[in-house]
Design a protein around this ligand. Sequence first.
Ligand code: GLC
Length: 431
Amino acid sequence: MRRAIPGIAAVTAGLLLLAACTALGTSQGGPLGGSAPSTDGIGPITFAIGQDDTNWLAPVIAGWNKLYPKQKVTLLLLPEASNDQLAQLVANLQAKSDVYDVIDMDVIWTAEFASAGWIISLPQSQFPLKDFLNPAVTTAMYQGRLYAVPDYSNADLLYYRKDILAKAGMQPPRTWAQLRTLATTVAPRYGLYGYAGTFAPYEGLTVNFAAAVQSAGGSILSPDGSKVTVDSPQALTGLEFLVDGFREGWIPKVSLTYEEESAQAAFESGKFLFLDSWPDVYGAISTRSPQNKVYKKFGVVALPGLNGPGSSSLGGANLAISAYSQHQRTALRFIQYITNLANETTMLRQGSFPPVWTQLYTSRSLIASYPYLPTLEQAINSARPRPAITSYGQASLAISSSVYQALTGQKKPQQALAEMAGQLTQIMSGG
Ligand code: GLC
């Protein structure tokens, strides 16, 4: 493991970025500042990213390595689940390890990483932020500064079995009532389970809960993020929608074990009428393979809500530079490269991840291949971010464990929300 010298790491980081900004010709330098000479910040780097669906990256990184053999990028794969990625990153960053240079951060971590000083703020003028989706850019900001660069955005969508709904003469649902009716009547008639989502007790459950709450008109925190608002009738309606699904059986118990990959595999194997998941599933299940039983048999729409279309959780990832990286100038250039229009187009085409460049959502040729792009853009624009707080990891754990207890019948929904609200209030007051 490469290791920065503890104590001077943060100062060095500032100097390196300043050098990078100056050399790259920006007038808006990094905020860390400094005037002493430093190394040039150029050299091989490691790019840490969750292992989920990263196949599209290999040729893009190979392209960079060919152009810049002395600034070789090595891919370091983190675990699949967001929580596990966080645990690994935090352990290394707390130890001031310089093992990571560029970190692909879940959008929910910005406040935590920036406030801890683990990542450096970046020169905004070096990135085409005005061409990026605004909600994605917002997730990369902390206290008015840019701490990461949007890589991909995300909003969960509803996948449905087009072939089955057509046979039943039904349209995809727009409301929860319609979803429930189809899941309880049409699904069993065709030997299918109703609805799958990521309901295992981890970040994916927080995502589903947040979407259910806001799709019923509620919220977890007040708009300014200062007050816990989750113990409300609207949030109760949202949670009860999920609890009722499990009680009535149209969300089968097996869904309580699903993370992204297992939920996708279940839908792909032809067992479910509906799946709530991220857009990258679209690419995976559009590929013909022996295990893919839904090839050309599925469609995708916006998530349904209480009385009309619902509101997704805003997901996605941003690229940050570790405060302990020895090669921040290369890191910055690599981030510019990986988020350029050509590579973001490749990411959409090869990986089905939602790009952050707004113009890709209106490109006729892309819409011809990915007809759901306008739906996705709308879902991203109407999605809500999860709480942007410095102790997000702890808060999310409090949310997902309370929700899990309600889904498994250990707690009444009302009680689960009251306890969750108490825990969140305590976490936010630093207790
Ligand atoms: C996806 C989303 C991310 C979310 C995670 C939950 O990776 O992009 O924001 O936290 O799923 O499992």
